[in-house]
Design a protein around this ligand. Structure first.
Ligand code: F6R
Length: 609
């Protein structure tokens, strides 16, 4: 949830680190800091709030070095104050560290360090103990001291450390939190995420769990937990450097909304052979495995969970297997019925969401086969899965997920199609029809994007509403949850999604002239029922924005406003229906002057339970 960047080379480290931190700000942004080794000591500067606050504190010429580490934080232990911001130093101020993750036994270590060694702590964080532990074990060899410190630590961490006496190296270590080493010429980087270094390097090493890495300006050496050097293949990053830039857009969210035609096409075409069959050269699941599955669990959090809601219905319809869907934090603590014939599908953009990862581990230990749908290559969820369907969404920087969601939906269709055709539960004609409809989606999404101005005007009219409801039936009900989440997370408007048929079992009591309802009516099979639901709401004076396929004009007659999506089969409508909802959320938030890419209290990747 926080971001790490370290640089070692011949240039001004602080400039490289600030640039990398800005690219990671989406991961956490309540405070930030930088540590540099200067004249035999470690100098640390920190600031609360956005990176620009830190920039103003590091401008003096003396604060300079060609080596350094930096951090942008999303508070877990202790408030977002300067004292709690990273980097943390030891008492002698000759060691500094930055840390992502959680040290579970930090209280124990803290007490031990305080009682045995009289160490005084400056922060309330779990992370500070790491600096003191390394300091305690340091006798001129940073690598050895980091290894000794790590042996005391329980939890999840990516740590980067520097020592004043060894300004020619950065030592970093990983356990259950992402870490990459960026390979340059005459310089190297360490970072928690690829976008931080994309401007400077095209090749990285993905650091594995329990590995330590030592970076000098000309070398990167990786060690396993027994201290043996590890030969790691170079991972060429296919993302373009500008993929992590805003280009001409005002916000990453808007840019990412507009990237959807491209990333949907890429995610789909990457998996299609010329004859329309699904390409699975990297998937080890056999025909027999698929025939033997008797149950599927889809588990995810937030937006990824909403993709799973649609995935459940699509896979059930196509492959005729019962699919259960759950949020990861609930799945882990209830009775589930997993055996060797269970398929567990984890969906995650970051591939690092801790609840999803732990649910996966639990299902795996009980015999389930693990298939994940992940965007971040080499992430923990991807690595711990038997098979991975990558969403080729590229880096998603805005905290509110958009293009990851639509590419997750594409993977759900591909999985449904593949399982349905393998199990013989869908005929060729239906398979071909769905495939044709999927291939037509990028063009149809583009068409919806042309109506951006209309939705922007709508946002101007409705951004005052304090309560917004999203309703739908069938596949639309899954999309209404996503529309509602988008709106609340970036505009801070209270919004609520509910299956349209449930409305009259209680929630309709809230409908009055102050209420806005966004009613999704894209499912032909449920269209008439939705029209009746809208009429019931209008009878209570609530305002309704109806969303339907082109030509379904009844919706316009019963609603105050209508948004149309291009004609399509019901199955693929979620990919189209969500686009106006994303645009609506964006412009409502803009009208309300909200911090769109970095909403308050949120972080891009939730690596705590
Ligand atoms: C909302 C959003 C979050 C994430 C959720 C899961 O816009 O982005 O709800 O979807 O935190 O994250 P991943 O997909 O990285 O597991």
């Amino acid at each position: 949830m926080c971001g790490i960047v370290g640089y070692i080379g011949t240039d001004h480290a602080k400039e490289k680190i600030i640039d990398g931190l800005k690219r990671l700000e989406y991961r956490g942004y309540d405070s930030a800091g930088i540590a540099l080794p200067i004249n035999g000591s470690i100098e640390i500067r920190k600031a609360v709030g956005e990176i620009k606050n830190l920039e103003s504190k590091i401008s003096e010429a003396e604060f300079d070095s060609s080596v350094g580490i930096g951090h942008t934080r999303w508070a877990t232990h202790g408030k977002p104050t300067e004292a709690n911001a990273h980097p943390h130093g030891n008492m002698e101020q000759n060691i500094a560290i930055v840390h992502n993750g959680i040290i579970e036994n930090y209280q124990e270590i803290r007490e031990w360090l305080a009682t045995e060694y009289g160490i005084k702590f400056k922060s309330e964080t779990d992370s500070e103990v790491i600096a003191h532990l390394i300091g305690l074990y340091y006798d001129g060899d940073l690598l050895a001291a980091v290894n000794k410190a790590v042996a005391e630590m329980k939890g999840a961490y990516a740590v980067a450390a520097i020592a004043a006496e060894e300004p020619d190296k950065i030592v970093a270590v990983r356990k259950d939190a992402p870490l990459v080493a960026g390979i340059g010429k005459g310089f190297n980087f360490i970072a928690s995420d690829i976008p931080a270094v994309l401007k400077y390097v095209q090749d990285v090493y993905l650091i594995e769990n329990n590995e330590t890495v030592v970076l000098t300006k000309d070398n990167i050496v990786i060690y396993d937990e027994n201290g043996n050097t590890v030969k790691r293949d170079v991972y060429p990053v296919e993302w373009k450097a500008d993929a992590a830039d805003k280009a001409d857009y005002d916000h990453f969210m808007l840019k990412e909304i507009h990237e959807q035609p491209k990333v949907i096409r890429e995610t789909l075409m990457n998996r299609l052979n010329e004859d329309g069959s699904i390409r699975l050269d990297d998937i080890s699941m056999t025909k027999e495995d698929i025939e033997n599955f008797n149950k599927i669990y889809i588990v995810a959090c937030g937006t990824a969970y909403h993709a799973g809601l649609v995935g459940k219905m699509v896979i059930e319809r196509m492959a005729k297997i019962p699919v259960e869907i759950d949020v990861a934090s609930e799945f882990r603590y209830r009775d589930t019925f997993i055996d060797d014939n269970t398929l567990f599908i984890a969906i995650s953009q970051s591939g690092e969401t801790l609840d999803t990862l732990e649910a996966l581990r639990d299902a795996k230990s009980r015999g389930a086969r693990i298939l994940s749908v992940v965007n971040a290559v080499g992430s923990s969820i991807a690595r711990e899965s038997d098979d991975v369907f990558y969403t080729l969404a590229g880096p998603e920087i805005a905290v509110a997920s958009t293009k990851a969601y639509t590419t997750q939906l594409i993977c759900m269709y591909l999985i449904g199609l593949y399982m349905g055709s393998t199990r013989g539960t869908m005929d060729k004609e239906y398979y071909d029809r769905v495939l044709d409809e999927l291939k037509a989606l990028p063009g149809k999404v583009e068409k919806i994007l042309y109506s951006e101005e209309k939705i922007k005007d709508m946002a101007k009219r409705y951004h005052f509403n304090d309560h917004v409801f999203f309703i739908g039936r069938g596949l639309d009900s899954g999309v209404s949850y996503e529309g509602s989440l988008k709106l609340k997370e970036i505009s801070y408007i209270h919004s609520f999604a509910i299956a349209a048929g449930e409305l009259k079992h209680g929630t309709i009591a809230l409908m009055d002239s102050e209420t806005l309802v966004v009613a999704l009516a894209t499912q032909d099979i449920l269209y008439d029922k939705m029209v009746s639901n809208i009429e019931e709401i209008r009878a209570r004076d609530a305002h309704v924005i109806g969303l339907a396929k082109e030509g379904r004009t009844e919706v316009e007659k019963v609603s105050n406003e209508a948004i149309y999506i291009p004609e399509c089969i019901d199955e693929v409508a979620p990919v189209l229906a969500v686009i106006p909802l994303q645009i609506f959320a964006y412009y409502v938030a803009l009208e309300r002057g909200c911090s769109i890419d970095k909403p308050k209290n949120l972080a891009k990747s939730v690596t705590v339970e």
